[in-house]
Every structure is written in structure tokens, then in C-alpha cells.
Design a protein. Structure first.
Length: 146
């Protein structure tokens, strides 16, 4: 103990120590928040049909990624292929101005229950966790942008 410290000074030190401990605990719990994993996505979603799930994703993707001017997606555009007679409905994410080129991302849906799959170069990109979270939320009916 330090005999020269007053009782008020000791209480202030104790309060400062407790505040530091609480701040550290809050910071650590903030690090544990859920984030959708990056990489390719394969997930079952609650949707009436594969086409309806992708219609939701296409509408929100256009609004939230493309038309909003989102900087992360400014070099891309969406090409929906929802009315397919052969194969599963899908959405292609391609480079803006190169809609005939190879897709950077494919979002495909099939089956009952509906299963959504994503693949392509963007699944290895820093955007993949955000893309996965958005696709899952929008296919389930969420309307807001992340």
C-alpha cells in the first residue's frame, strides 16, 4: 500500500481499474460477433421455389449493390437467368460492360427445399462473406441493404 495516497485517490484508481476491465471485456465480446463465412456458399433457404428465391436476390442485389452506387460493386452488373427451360435458375455477376464475358460469381438455386449455391472468382475475394450474408438474407425475404 502507498501511505501517501488519500482515500479519494485510492477510490479513483479502483474505479479506473474497473472501467478498464469492463472496456476490455466489451472489446473482446465485440470480436465474437457472427459474420457469414466467406468462400463458396451452399445453403438451404426458406423460399417457395428456386426461381422466387433468386428473384428476391436479384431485386435486392440490383437495388443494394448496383443502383445504390456501392463502391464494392461498381465494376459489376447482374445478369439474371431466371426463366430457364433447361437447368437451374441463376444470377451471373459479371464485369460491367462485359455481359458476354465469364461471370465473376454465379448464384444458383434448385430443389425442394430450395438450395442456393454460389461459386466463381468472387468467392475467393474479400467480398465473399458480405455476398453470402446478403444472398442468405435476401433469399429468405429480408428487404434491407446491409
Amino acid at each position: 500500500m502507498r501511505p501517501w495516497l488519500s482515500a479519494n485517490s485510492k477510490n479513483r484508481q479502483k474505479s479506473a481499474g474497473i472501467a478498464a476491465l469492463v472496456a476490455t471485456a466489451l472489446a473482446l465480446t465485440g470480436c465474437q460477433s457472427f459474420e457469414a463465412p466467406g468462400g463458396s456458399l451452399t445453403a438451404e433457404v426458406d423460399a417457395p421455389s428456386a426461381t422466387q428465391a433468386l428473384q428476391r436476390v436479384n431485386e435486392r442485389g440490383l437495388a443494394c449493390w448496383i443502383r445504390s452506387g456501392d463502391r464494392a460493386f461498381r465494376n459489376y452488373t447482374l445478369v439474371p437467368e431466371l426463366d430457364t427451360r433447361s437447368g437451374d435458375p441463376r444470377i451471373l455477376v459479371v464485369r460491367r460492360g462485359n455481359v458476354q464475358g465469364l461471370p465473376e460469381l454465379v448464384i444458383s438455386a434448385s430443389g425442394d427445399p430450395v438450395r442456393i449455391v454460389t461459386f466463381g472468382p468472387l468467392t475467393n475475394n474479400r467480398l465473399s462473406a458480405r455476398i453470402n450474408a446478403d444472398v442468405l438474407a435476401w433469399s429468405a425475404g429480408r428487404q434491407d441493404c446491409a
